[in-house]
Design a binder for this molecule. Structure first.
Ligand code: HEM
Ligand SMILES: [Fe+2]
Length: 771
């Protein structure tokens, strides 16, 4: 079943990729007027894309709705300004008045003329020339003046500092790129009556409204979701009752197990996790602050050194780094538990990988600093600085190095769990799933290397989402499910067979929707409608396992209460339950809120997106990273008692803070933006006119309580974790439970390899192994 899902999914996804390549909006070599004047000389649009990438690309405003939220969407903003310019130009020259001063009927006539002008596709593929009317060329000049001023002189409401781009030629190229994205959002595709972006953004002045397909596939996707939920409930109801679980072991199987050298070497990863987590939160605070104060930080001109675009890049990237590090570390820590052996040189590998990761983190952050401060050429910026593509911001060299690091990690994982893969019995399937998800996580990062420095933005988007989406909505989900199941099995709280079965089913479900669901990021990015149809329907199916996840979470909770000694693991397990909660709320509900094409048409890139992104990314994978960190630390000191007060506080503060950030601020802002987007056009929902209004400002300031609570919780977590190393988070004396005491007394010196190869939950004895 899993194999069918994988083959079918990637066949469709690959086919859609080839269609995007064929039908994406052409990039004109040059743009000329009908009377033969050159407006944009050869190659400028492409060069403009590079200028935009070097200055931080998607980290400053957005293109086609993808990017950051404080500055406008450049496509929608350009398009709307262009429309207004042209309407005023005609009204002035023909009626000596501004468009706004005309009566409704003459206005309607001009609007219709505007629609016909902007909708016509006058690109000539034979010569690579795009021809525009002189009136449009005049609008280009006016717009170019405006946008040049924004990037040259700065604009506090957009959090853009002065001097962001100062060379007049580069400013003009940047405008050419913005113009082109707006052109593609209005011009009809050859032989069709919808634009290259499926009429995105909503712009009433030219009749850019949702397409018939967008509405139809919205309906189908909702039906499929309901049908999917129905089917799975039916399936569960029809399943024979699960056999009663074998008795849980009377004592904690991990007590008395001393760590292998490589497991000890992993500990420093967790220190880095804590440090990066804190840094990310500091960066997040500064970013949120720029959202309301523009270019300053409580009056300090911080943006001169650390502009919004840079801090936002760091915020996003540090989040990826610490979460990834915690997972890599957890994998490396769990490896010897799975395989039962510690192959020679494993800790050397662990240490080498650590060094490589530190180099990538530090190098990429410095590269981004240099790129955004304009110290690198466009070519150098791509390789060493800032690619400008959100989530894959780091320069290509660092990106490749990180890929290499992931491959090393995979190799370290595989060599340590190999013995368990060769084994017979139920456990093998679980180990196989574990290896599969680890392999997929490492290999799919490679998809981010499939585009080059000057690749067309539609193709970059395709590959970018291969990484981001297939990770978070595919293989990460599989990894999370498998790893949690594995840990329970290892503790003897769940039978390996059941755990393997459940993981396999979950993996198939996640991937069935998740692979093709990638296209829900590609509805409007210059893609054919196949992307919209497949994306909308299959991504709706992703939500099916998520809405039923409470079932799994409650089972986990019950399992954790099966024995007295398992209470010790309750905090990591609470974090896993939080993973389930946010999977339902953050990924399932807030994901589906923006997922149907008709919703995303109005909402893409509004504050509804960070609602989902924070709740899903931190809620699910951040919590998982913290839970795994705790689980590893717990296993390392299984015979010590924790002082849990600080941890309890941090758990609730982080969860409540995240919820407050969303409910008090991001969600209301996003929903009011949605109303504005439907009523007036997308540009308006993102404009500083709208976001600067009193109510919106208040709502944006209301992030402070939630963010603060969250940050305090995070600090408490870090303080607690350091306390495990320094001792203040541990109870003074060793006070193991009765069973554990007996166990520890009986076997003071434990042979690690022997201990670790203990079978999980009632399997045949693993026996002694040597490496
Ligand atoms: C734990 C799982 C998930 C995580 C970690 C996650 C994370 C993210 C992130 C980081 C973004 C990008 C936000 C941005 O552009 O700044 C995003 C966008 C999006 N996600 Fe998810 N997501 C998850 C699951 C889902 C699910 C299940 C759905 C719906 C079926 C979904 C639908 C979407 C959509 C439609 C967007 C595009 C929003 C836009 O472009 O404005 N996500 N997600
Ligand atoms: Fe997605």
């Amino acid at each position: 079943m899993l194999a069918i899902v994988l083959v079918f999914g990637f066949t469709v996804l690959g086919w859609i990729g080839s269609r995007i390549y064929q039908f994406m909006p052409p990039i004109p070599e040059r743009i000329v007027t009908t009377d033969g004047r050159v407006v944009v000389p050869d190659g400028s649009v492409r060069r403009g894309q590079a200028v935009w990438q070097t200055l931080g690309g998607m980290e400053v405003g957005s293109i086609w709705g993808h990017g950051s939220y404080v500055a406008p969407d450049w496509t929608a903003d350009w398009l709307h300004r262009e429309c207004e310019q042209i309407l005023d130009d005609w009204a002035q020259s023909e009626q000596a008045r501004l468009y706004a001063e005309l009566g409704p009927e003459p206005q309607a006539a001009l609007r219709e003329r505007l629609r016909l002008t902007l909708r016509a596709n006058r690109y000539d593929p034979a010569t690579g020339t795009l021809t525009i009317e002189p009136v449009r060329a005049r609008a280009f000049e006016a717009n170019q003046k405006h946008f040049a001023a924004v990037f040259r002189d700065g604009q506090p409401e957009y959090a853009i500092p002065s001097g962001t781009v100062s060379d007049p030629e580069r400013l003009r190229q940047l405008s050419a790129f913005f113009f082109w994205t707006a052109w593609a959002s209005a011009a009809y595709r050859p032989g069709e009556v919808i634009s290259y972006t499926s009429n995105w953004p909503h712009e009433p002045l030219i009749g850019n409204v949702p397409t018939g397909e967008a509405i139809m596939w919205t309906g189908v996707s909702i039906l499929l979701l309901l049908g999917g939920i129905g089917a799975i409930v039916w399936f569960y109801a029809a399943m024979p009752a699960a056999p009663p679980l074998a008795a849980a072991p009377a004592r904690d199987p991990l007590v008395g197990v001393s760590a292998t050298p490589s497991q000890r070497a992993v500990m420093k990863y967790f220190v880095v996790v804590a440090a990066l987590f804190l840094l990310q939160i500091v960066a997040g605070g500064v970013v949120a602050h720029y959202g309301v104060e523009g270019d300053g930080f409580y009056g300090m001109p911080l943006s001169r050194w650390l502009p919004y675009s840079l801090v936002r890049t760091w915020h996003v990237q540090l989040g990826l780094f610490w979460i990834a590090t915690s997972w890599l570390a957890a994998g490396l820590f769990i490896g010897p538990l799975v395989g039962g052996v510690e192959p020679k040189g494993q800790s050397l590998g662990v240490n080498a990988l650590f060094g490589a990761l530190v180099v990538v983190v530090v190098g990429s952050l410095i590269g981004q600093y240099l790129s955004i401060h304009g110290r690198l050429s466009d070519v150098a910026a791509f390789y060493w600085g800032h690619q400008g593509w959100e989530y894959l911001d780091l320069g290509r060299v660092w990106q490749a190095a990180l890929f290499l690091g992931l491959l090393i990690w995979l190799a370290l994982m595989l060599r340590v769990i190999r013995p368990a893969l060769d084994e017979r019995g139920e456990r093998r399937h679980l180990v196989f799933m574990f290896a599969l998800s680890a392999g997929a996580i490492a290999l799919f990062y490679g998809a981010g290397l499939m585009y080059g420095r000057q690749t067309h933005i539609s193709m970059v988007e395709y590959w970018r989402w291969w990484v981001v989406h297939l990770w978070v909505e595919g293989f990460f989900e599989v990894f999370a499910t498998t790893v949690i199941a594995f840990l329970f099995a290892r503790l003897g709280l769940l039978s390996a067979g059941l755990a393997a079965q459940a993981s396999l089913l979950a993996a198939s479900l996640y991937l069935a929707g998740g692979i093709i669901g990638t296209n829900h990021h590609l509805y409007f990015s210059g893609t054919p409608t196949a992307a919209l149809a497949w994306g909308a329907t299959l991504s709706a199916l992703e939500v099916v396992p998520l809405v039923l996840i409470g079932y799994q979470a409650m089972k986990d909770l019950r399992i954790s209460r099966r024995t007295e000694w398992a209470r010790k693991y309750r905090w990591p397990i609470y974090f896993f339950i939080a993973v389930g909660f946010w999977n339902l709320v953050g990924a399932g509900l807030f994901g589906f809120m923006i997922n149907p094409p008709i919703a995303l048409f109005y909402m893409q890139g509004l504050n509804t997106t960070p609602v989902h992104a924070h709740a899903a990314f931190f809620g699910v994978y951040g919590m998982l990273g913290l839970g795994l960190t705790l689980m590893c630390l717990r296993a390392l000191q299984a015979d010590r008692e924790w002082k849990e007060g600080l941890l309890r506080f941090s758990f609730w503060a982080m969860n409540a803070g995240l919820m407050a950030m969303i409910v008090l601020s991001l969600l209301p802002v996003g929903l009011l933006q949605t109303v504005a987007s439907v009523q007036h056009g997308y540009w308006y929902a993102r404009s500083s006119e709208f976001l600067g209004q009193g109510l919106m400002q208040t709502l944006r300031w209301l992030r402070v309580p939630g963010d603060t609570l969250f940050a305090i919780g995070a600090i408490a977590f870090v303080v607690f974790v350091f306390g495990l190393g320094l001792g203040y988070s541990l109870e003074d004396q060793r006070r193991p439970s009765a069973g554990a005491r007996r166990w520890a007394g009986e076997r003071a010196e434990t042979d690690v390899a022997d201990e670790l190869s203990q079978p999980v939950a009632g399997g045949p004895s693993g026996g002694r192994r040597t490496s």
